[in-house]
Design a protein around this ligand. Structure first.
Ligand SMILES: [Zn+2]
Length: 160
């Protein structure tokens, strides 16, 4: 008989910070896929966010050590399918992104191809008078923008 509390395992995994987004956890980003018990061992699967994000290995290591610190022996791995989508970012996660000065992706339900053509709203003042400065920000996951209203640069998550 095992006494592993799978809800607790999920909580510990979800509380791990995304290495590239301060104060945003991988739970906020909707990356924790499954937590299951198989042959007496806990198996955790995560979905990487943007393909090619270099943080993937770091996240795996962080989740493994967070679980190990709680004395949980778990197999942690990434699953590519189904592919992660920005729709999985939680409401709390979107608010944290905005608070961190990163424009959150389009809300779930809005058509992504339409959203790509709409100007991104400034996370500071809400103005849509924003300009994209290039294809990629500091990471492959975000694009750099500048707000023409408040003149502040910011980054935006790309909608997927
Ligand atoms: Zn602004």
């Amino acid at each position: 008989m095992t006494t592993v509390d799978l809800d607790a395992v999920r909580e510990i995994a979800a509380a791990v910070d995304d290495p590239e987004l301060p104060h945003v956890t991988i739970g906020d980003l909707g990356m924790v896929r499954t937590v299951a018990l198989d042959a007496g061992r806990v198996h955790v699967t995560l979905t990487p966010t943007y393909t090619g994000c270099p943080a993937t290995e770091e996240i795996l290591a962080d989740v493994r050590s967070a679980l190990a610190a709680a004395d949980i022996d778990a197999e942690v791995k990434m699953v590519m399918s189904p592919a992660w989508t920005t729709d999985w970012i939680t409401t709390a996660g979107r608010e944290k992104l905005r608070a961190a000065g990163i424009a959150p992706p389009a809300p779930a339900g809005e058509h992504p191809t339409v959203m790509l053509d709409l100007p991104v709203a400034c996370p500071r003042c809400g103005s849509r008078r924003t300009r994209r400065l290039g294809d990629f920000g500091a990471t492959a996951c975000k694009a750099p923008f500048r707000c023409e209203a408040c003149k502040e640069p910011f980054e935006s998550f790309k909608s997927l």
